[in-house]
Design a binder for this molecule. Structure first.
Ligand SMILES: Cc1cc2nc3c(=O)[nH]c(=O)nc-3n(C[C@H](O)[C@H](O)[C@H](O)COP(=O)(O)OP(=O)(O)OC[C@H]3O[C@@H](n4cnc5c(N)ncnc54)[C@H](O)[C@@H]3O)c2cc1C
Length: 468
């Protein structure tokens, strides 16, 4: 695709709220390109329930950036980010500690390295104060990167901006399974009452004995203990499957395992209970288990879910989870460039967009810096290809179904499959090669573009967005 040569080059003034992983990565990316970033962080005077220090980019829980194998989706994502000069990957590499296949870091050294890089960067001004509005008078762009524990006043401001639809404070994630690991001889295709496409849902029927054994297994499964600040009541419409089971033996049969309207298409018999599997939005190769958001520990999820007929050998592309998590309904409100549909000068970055995890959140910060730089060069921001792990994050955020949008780590289910059917090992190799080639080209193109220095302060462009 031919890109228009830049006509005008401006220094962008950008306000970034939140100096976590995404905010720091974004500020650094902008500064490297000659733009000016005001990075505003509320800690230490106001803090969150999970952060413990005043360091920027604090890792609040594990010290792992997960797998470093490039055939793992998060391994590919890190490799792509390294090609695009990611601050988080650079500081992570310097602070890396041995952990086998995992990319683990010394958290103190990591956060100290990010803090010192940001603090000594002349194009970044770090301010320590809580931001309570989305006001960005005097700036060309606003980036909201306040993460899963966004403070309450700003949560309200975001809610008002979005029009009170599509900002959440809890995620509820059901497991996703690989289609080729399911035993189709035990499952059948059918939508409830035959509504919608016949191939939207696979159904796993259960006899009474199977159902009762399954419910007993759910009730005895070990679950993650919530953090203190997560002990809020769940929404009734979005309870963990094990909590529904705890309300009585029949409750699941009147909830997500309801058999009514799902009679077997050949025998016409109604099973005692049914587990429904729904195609994932972005691929036909994966299914999620309808209504099975869960707090079960990972080995327990495997043990219990594999008791479902047809799922005995199910391979998990993503495990289920539920936690406190501020995130917006990306497909409703964001473009694949992480600009809001309401105002293209306002970006969201990091976990608040509905990606999940340290690496994914940083990756979005890196992408937003890139897109702002393109805008400041009078170029239309161009999302990276969806067959790359970086591009897939924009695809997930903007093109998932708004009705069932939930945060997600990067997975192969999210990355566009442009290879087609072949042996999995060969396929992954070809997908990685194609993605890395595209990102290398993007890096080269960007270096050439960055060679043209940003010169004139301020942007000419008037936003078509709404008034502030
Ligand atoms: C309890 C918990 C455990 C987690 N465990 C893991 C894990 O093990 N592995 C993993 O990969 N991910 C984990 N995550 C997710 C991980 O924290 C995020 O993916 C990542 O930190 C998100 O990066 P971010 O930059 O979007 O947000 P953050 O890193 O949270 O940064 C947001 C920043 O914004 C600041 N801020 C918030 N509100 C305001 C405001 N109004 N004004 C100014 N500043 C503000 C915060 O102080 C913070 O510094 C966990 C999250 C939580 C809550």
């Amino acid at each position: 695709m031919g890109r228009r040569e830049p006509e005008t080059i401006h220094v962008a003034r950008v306000k970034i709220i939140g100096a976590g992983l995404a905010g720091c990565e974004c500020a650094f990316g902008l500064a490297q390109r000659g733009h000016k970033a005001d990075l505003v962080e509320m800690r230490p005077s106001t803090t969150t329930a999970a952060h413990q220090t005043s360091n920027l980019a604090e890792l609040v829980c594990s010290n792992s950036f997960r797998s470093s194998a490039i055939t793992n989706a998060v391994g590919l994502l890190k490799a792509e980010m390294a090609l695009l000069d990611s601050l988080v990957i650079r500081c992570g590499t310097d602070a890396r500690v041995p952990a086998g296949d995992a990319f683990a870091v010394d958290r103190e050294r990591f956060a100290a390295a990010v803090t010192s890089t940001i603090s000594s960067e002349p194009n970044i001004t770090l301010r320590r104060e809580e931001v309570t509005s989305l006001d960005h008078d005097g700036y060309d762009f606003l980036v909201v990167a306040t993460g899963p524990l966004t403070s309450q006043p700003l949560f309200e401001a975001i809610n008002n901006f979005l029009g009170r639809d599509g900002l959440y404070f809890y995620d509820a994630i059901a497991p996703i399974l690989a289609a080729d690991s399911l035993d189709l001889t035990k499952l059948y295709w059918k939508s409830r009452y035959g509504k919608g496409s016949a191939t939207d849902y696979l159904n796993a029927p259960m006899t009474q004995t199977e159902y009762e054994t399954f419910v007993a297994a759910l009730l005895s499964a070990e679950i993650f203990a919530p953090h203190d600040f997560e002990k809020a009541a769940h929404f009734e419409g979005c309870l963990p499957v094990e909590e529904i089971a705890s309300r009585g033996i029949e409750t699941l049969r009147f909830g997500p395992m309801k058999p009514v309207g799902l009679e077997h298409p050949v025998t016409g018999e109604r099973p005692h209970a049914v587990v429904q599997l729904r195609k994932e939005d972005l691929s036909d190769d994966y299914f999620n288990i309808v209504g099975f958001q869960t707090k079960m520990k990972v080995p327990e999820q495997k043990r219990v879910i594999q008791m479902i007929p047809g799922l005995e050998n199910a391979v998990f592309a993503r495990f289920g989870s539920m936690h406190r998590n501020t995130f917006i309904n990306g497909p409703k409100h964001l473009r694949p460039t992480f600009q809001t549909k309401l105002d293209d000068r306002v970006f969201f970055a990091g976990q608040i967009t509905g990606v999940e995890g340290y690496v994914e959140s940083s990756a979005v910060g890196l992408l937003v810096a890139r897109y702002i730089d393109e805008l400041s060069r009078d170029l239309a921001p161009t999302p990276l290809p969806y067959f790359t792990a970086l591009g897939a994050l924009g695809r997930h955020v903007a093109e998932s179904s708004p009705d069932r949008y939930q945060p997600s780590n990067v997975t192969w289910a999210m990355i566009e499959d442009v290879i087609g059917r072949c042996r999995k090992i060969e396929k992954r190799g070809r997908q990685v090669e194609k993605a890395m080639t595209a990102i290398r080209a993007a890096a080269v193109a960007h270096t050439a573009m960055a060679a043209v220095q940003v010169t004139s302060p301020g942007l000419r462009r008037e936003s078509p967005g709404r008034a502030w």
